[in-house]
Every structure is written in C-alpha cells, then in structure tokens.
Design a protein around this ligand. Structure first.
Ligand code: WT7
Length: 655
C-alpha cells in the first residue's frame, strides 16, 4: 500500500482523545476500569438498571461453569426497551431512516415503529406463533426485517435471522436445525441495481422444511412503487405481509419474559462442517448491547448512527437493531452495495442524512482506499464525530486512511473486537478515555476479563498467546442450539471455566491487545466467518471432486480469501485438463449454490495429491505456504514430502 503513511506508522503514534471529545463523552473517568473490576456484579447490575424491567432480578449472577444466568428472576421485554419506553419523551423522534438502493427514503418515528412492530406481533400471533417458537427471517435490509425481529421479541418468540446472501441449502439447514415454525421473507432485495430473488430461494429451502407452517412475504416495491410480481405464492402456506398488516390491531402489550428467556439464535461457522446456532437470552444480551452502544459509540439521543452491517450477522443484531434503539438513537439502514450506482454511495449517504457515528468493516475501508480519497473528499462529511471498525483486524494503513480521509483527523476510531458468541463488544477503546494505536483494539470493556493465555492456561502479561475471557459476562452465549456437548467442547474444554475465543492475540507493554486472527480452522473472509470444513464439504459434494482442502490466504481487500486444493475424480480429469478455467468456475458456482457467494474460493488448484502427515491429517500450513507463494516450512512430518514440492510447482505454473 501507499507509503504516504509511513511517517505516521513508524512513529508508533498513539492518538489520545481530544479535550473536546473527552469533555462531552458519556464516560471519561479513567478509574472506571478498576471500579468495574472491584465489583463486577454491582457494575453490571448498574447497567441493567438503565433498562426497564417489569420485575427486578433477585440475584445478579448464577455461575455454574460453563452455564451462567444473569439477572436471575427478573422479567422484561426487549421490544419494550427499544420502543415503548421512548414514546413519552421522544415518540416523534426518528427511529429509523431507511434508504433503498434505488434511492427511495422511508423514515419511521419511534411511535410509528412501535405501531408497526405491535401490528406485526399481532400478525405473528394470528398465524399461531407463541413464546418460545422459532421464527426464521430471510430478508434484505428493509425496515420490515427490523420490524420482524422486534415483533418476535415482543411476543417472546425466538428469531433466527439468516443472511439474505445465503443459499437455499444453507437456509434449509438452519430452518431445519432450529425447527422454525414460520419463515418471514421478501419478494426480493436490490443489490447492484438488480433484484435478488429471495422468495424463490426461500421456496426451494422450505420445500424441504416440514416444520414451516406459514411463509410471510414482504413486497419489495421499487423506487417507483412498482411491485415485484415475479414470485409465486403457495396457497395455504404463503401470506402477504401487507395483507396481514392491513387487518392487524396495533394494540399488542409486550409479553414479559424471564431475563434468561431466549431472544434469538444466530448461526455461525465453526470448525466442523455444520454451522452452529448460537443462543442468546434477553436480559444479559440487551444489557451489553445497550451499555456498549452508550460508551463505545458514545451514543447520545441526537446522534444519527449508521452501522453498515446486515441484520444477517450478529453486528446487525447488537448494533443495528437492539443496542441503538434501546438507547433511543436515530438509526440509518441502507439496503444496497457501497459502489452503487457510484463508488461514493456511502459518503453520499453520510452527507445526506448527516450521519454522526459510522461503524463499518476493514474490508470495506480497504476497498474505499483503493477507490481513492477523492471520493470522500468531494462530499461533506463534517457531521461525523466517531468512527468504528469491526469484523477482522484492521491493518494500520487502513486505520490511518480512515482517520485521515473519513474522520478528517478529528474523529476517534474505535476498533471493536467481539464475536457472535460474545453478543457484544469485548475489547475496544472508550473514545473519551483511551489513547488509540492504529491496529490495536486496545483494552477490554470495563467489566470484561480478557486475558492472553498459553496452552496450559498461564496468563501472558506481555507477548502472544490465545485470547480468553476469564469471567462470565451478561451477553455470553448460553449454548449451541440442540448441542450442549459441542458448547462444552468448543468453548470450555481448553481450560476449565474459561472461555476460549478461537483467536490468537498479543499484548504490548501498555497492556494493549493486538488481535492476530483465528487459531482454529475458521477463516475470516471479508469479515465473515467461514469454516474450512464447510467449503471442503461443498466442494466434495460436486460429482467430479474426490477430495478437497481449503486454506485462508491473504488478500488485499478481503483480508483473507479462500484457496482450495482439489483432487479430481477420474471422470472429471478430461474437463479439468482441457478447460481448467471452466472447471474452476463450475466448482466456484457449486460452492455458491451450496453455501452462498461469500464462500466462493478465490482460487482453485487442481492437484493429484494433498500433503498429509503420516497420520493422514492435511497439512494446511503447507498449503498456505504454497498458495501464498512462500518458501516451504518444515516438511519432516510429511508422509511424502515430494507431494508438497510438486504442488508448489503446479501452483506457480498457474499463477
Ligand atoms: C471473529 C468473530 C463481531 C462481529 C463481526 C464478526 C474476528 C471480529 C475483530 C476485530 C480483529 C476481529 C475474530 C473473531 N474479529 N472483530 N476488531 N479485530 N478480529 O463476528 O462472525 O462471530 O466473527 O471475527 O477472529 O473471532 P463473527
């Protein structure tokens, strides 16, 4: 990347908060870390008290590792906390500013959103959804998606949002695993000027989902109000969202649920082929989403807050819907791509809606860098006052560029580390307190015990190791849907009673955390988690593939891209040799069909053999070396070292 930042980077500069920012920040007391650590339960009780409870808890925490209960005996409702409690003071304030990709804008005040959610909650009741039922949501980023989530929460139903970019098979697997009763989808959504046919994909999935009783379909109208009428509706199963809403009452008192009542499940990739349904409960999740929004983003009622994540990811749960709305902020939702119709769409949105807080991913920032600073420079971004980053380590070059060209050297940057499992931000600067260093997520949020441990569980004060969380926190996952064994094994078996994150990290002399990436077989492609096994299973599913191995390789924009090594069956040899480009494309499309476009390998290498240890384990480290064109590491544990050499040659030939 450009060397223009070398000076800034070499100085190993840190960026302390400005006096102005410190003075107005929601939290500016540097002793808050000690105070929280001295009485962790009292501190987290303090946060929960900022929410509205129907009945207060009897006990803050019950901890029987690895099972935690927070705010035991308390009852509340998440949608009440996001909507009803704001009505008196700011009912006419804008809750959501939505912009569709074609450019249409819809605004909802808190009162209007409350009405929509209440009506849709009654719709859900009318089709037989009761508390505890799972409801799958497969939608584009339209207001109805947020309404659907909040309506589930209102009646105590458990939502399971599936990213709209996932394939029919991926949707089917998630619906089947959760045994969802109802699916909420939309006709389509806009992406780069084209309609993505969600309903069609949903139909293919639901054909194999006997648990689904009803499918509710929101109509995605175009900017000119034209209906997308390309879909077919199945009699007795499919219902129009707008029809049901028309006759629904807007009076739906919230169902008060236990603090530990399940709020949602969200599927994420792990080290095995099958994605796991991460379970989050109401009181603890909402408390952390609310608290981190307030302190990390310094969220105030007059902020216009935009997190670019899709609701299909955990970021869309904690930091598009629940956290900002629980704080009573104005949330921007944008349906489409950042480069449509032009590569300055995000800057245009910030200028137009006067966004004050902007939260996005390093992969997007690297794309913006490539498109050039002229684009943001020709827009008025002066409304911005804070920037955030999430999803993968942010490289210092991207950090500095973000700081300089988006934040105008004025806005603090919060690099936030967390996971689907943690429910909320765990390691992050506090913008009024923490001096930031480009590339470091800095320090654990007050009340969070994060440490670097070695294999045996010894703490490493300065240096590298595994990132662990050593005390329970309110928004920690409560389990994996239907698989308690795997919950125990995956997160709690490395060190008893300590949560293993799957990430490597190091700490510097100032105690700052620097994230180093996954230490398991999970890849982080453009901020999305994808298991190597998942992609390998998808490839092996192709009729001409005998064996496959995937590794993450570094990529200029995505951070990590997927390289796949494939052994072709006899029947496929001809196609693979005569037209390798066509064959590679066919395999990529197959993966997209099985999982979704985000899992497409960047590069597929056809090989006669794979490097394996004597015990038959694929040596991914070597594959990575080959795919990234590095000199080969130690090969003495290989069953047949020549396999590697020939692989490397082949790869170099292709490159
Ligand atoms: C994995 C979790 C958390 C919301 C989005 C992803 C990586 C996430 C950072 C960061 C370095 C990060 C980790 C983590 N990650 N944020 N700021 N710096 N790495 O959620 O899909 O559950 O993925 O994303 O590797 O384990 P997720």
């Amino acid at each position: 990347m450009a060397n223009q930042f070398d000076a800034l980077l070499q100085e190993n500069r840190s960026f302390p908060p400005s006096d102005d920012f410190r003075k107005q920040a929601n939290v500016s007391d540097p002793d808050i870390y000690q105070k929280a650590a001295a009485d962790r339960e009292g501190y987290w009780a303090g946060w929960a008290k900022e929410l509205d409870w129907e009945k207060p808890w009897d006990k803050v925490l019950e901890w029987e590792p690895p099972y935690a209960k927070w705010y035991v005996g308390g009852t509340l409702n998440a949608s009440y906390n996001c909507l009803d409690r704001h009505l008196e003071e700011r009912g006419d304030k804008t809750a959501i500013i939505w912009e569709g990709e074609p450019g249409e804008v819809r605004k909802f005040t808190y009162r209007q959103l409350h009405r929509e959610v209440s009506k849709f909650a009654n719709v859900l009741k009318s089709v037989g959804v009761v508390a505890g039922d799972r409801v799958a949501i497969y939608m584009p980023l339209i207001v109805e998606a947020a309404v659907a989530m909040l309506a589930c929460a209102r009646i105590g139903a458990v939502h399971s949002v599936v990213f709209g970019g996932f394939s029919a098979e991926a949707l089917r697997d998630r619906i089947q695993d959760a045994q969802a009763k109802v699916l909420i989808t939309a006709t389509s959504g806009y992406r780069r000027g084209a309609l993505v046919p969600l309903k069609k994909t949903a139909d293919a999935a639901v054909a194999e989902c006997p648990s689904i009783e009803k499918v509710i379909v929101a109509m995605r109208r175009s900017a000119t109000e034209e209906a997308d009428e390309t879909v077919s509706m199945t009699d007795g199963r499919d219902l129009w969202y707008h029809d049901l809403m028309q006759s629904a009452s807007d009076d739906c008192p919230p169902t008060w649920v236990d603090s530990e009542h399940m709020l949602f499940t969200l599927y994420t990739s792990g080290t095995t082929g099958k994605p796991k349904g991460i379970v989050h409960t109401t009181g603890g999740f909402l408390t952390v989403a609310y608290a981190t929004c307030k302190w990390v983003f310094d969220l105030k009622p007059n902020d216009v807050y935009w997190c670019t994540a899709d609701i299909g990811w955990v970021t869309g749960h904690s930091y598009v819907v629940y956290g900002p709305l629980a704080n009573g902020a104005t949330v921007v939702l944008y349906e489409g791509a950042p480069d449509w119709p032009k590569k300055d769409r995000f800057w245009e949105l910030i200028e137009k809606h006067k966004v004050t807080i902007f939260y996005t991913a390093p992969t997007a920032i690297r794309a913006f860098m490539k498109w050039g600073e002229q684009l943001p420079q020709s827009r008025d971004l002066s409304s911005l006052r804070l920037l955030g980053s999430v999803g993968e380590p942010i490289n210092p070059e991207a950090w500095i560029w973000y700081h300089k060209y988006i934040g105008n050297e004025r806005c603090p940057i919060v690099d936030t580390w967390w996971q689907t499992e943690t429910g909320g931000i765990m390691i992050t600067p506090l913008p009024g307190i923490t001096a930031t260093k480009p590339g470091s997520a800095t320090l654990p949020f007050p009340g969070i015990d994060a440490q670097i441990l070695d294999e045996k569980g010894n703490a490493i004060e300065v240096g590298g190791g595994y990132l662990a969380i050593t005390s329970p926190w309110p928004s920690m996952l409560r389990g994996i849907w239907g698989d308690p064994e795997r919950y125990q094994q995956q997160y709690w078996s490395k060190w008893p009673g300590i949560y293993f994150t799957g990430d490597g990290a190091k700490r510097d002399e100032d105690g700052y955390f620097w994230l180093l990436g996954r230490v398991d077989d999970v890849m982080n492609v453009a901020g999305h988690r994808i298991g190597t096994m998942e992609v390998e299973s998808a490839l092996v599913d192709h009729q001409l593939v005998a064996e496959a191995a995937c590794v993450g390789i570094s990529h200029e924009i995505k951070g990590t891209a997927i390289a796949a090594f494939v052994i072709v069956k006899e029947a496929g040899r001809e196609l693979a040799t005569n037209d390798p480009a066509k064959f590679e494309q066919e395999l990529k499309n197959h993966v997209a069909e099985k999982i979704g476009a985000i899992a497409k390998p960047e590069k597929i290498l056809i090989t006669a053999d794979l490097p394996k240890t004597r015990s038959g384990k694929i040596m991914r480290r070597l594959l990575r070396d080959i795919a990234e064109g590095r000199a080969l590491g130690d090969v003495t544990t290989l069953a047949d070292p020549t396999v590697v050499a020939s692989l490397k040659e082949k790869y170099e030939e292709e490159a």
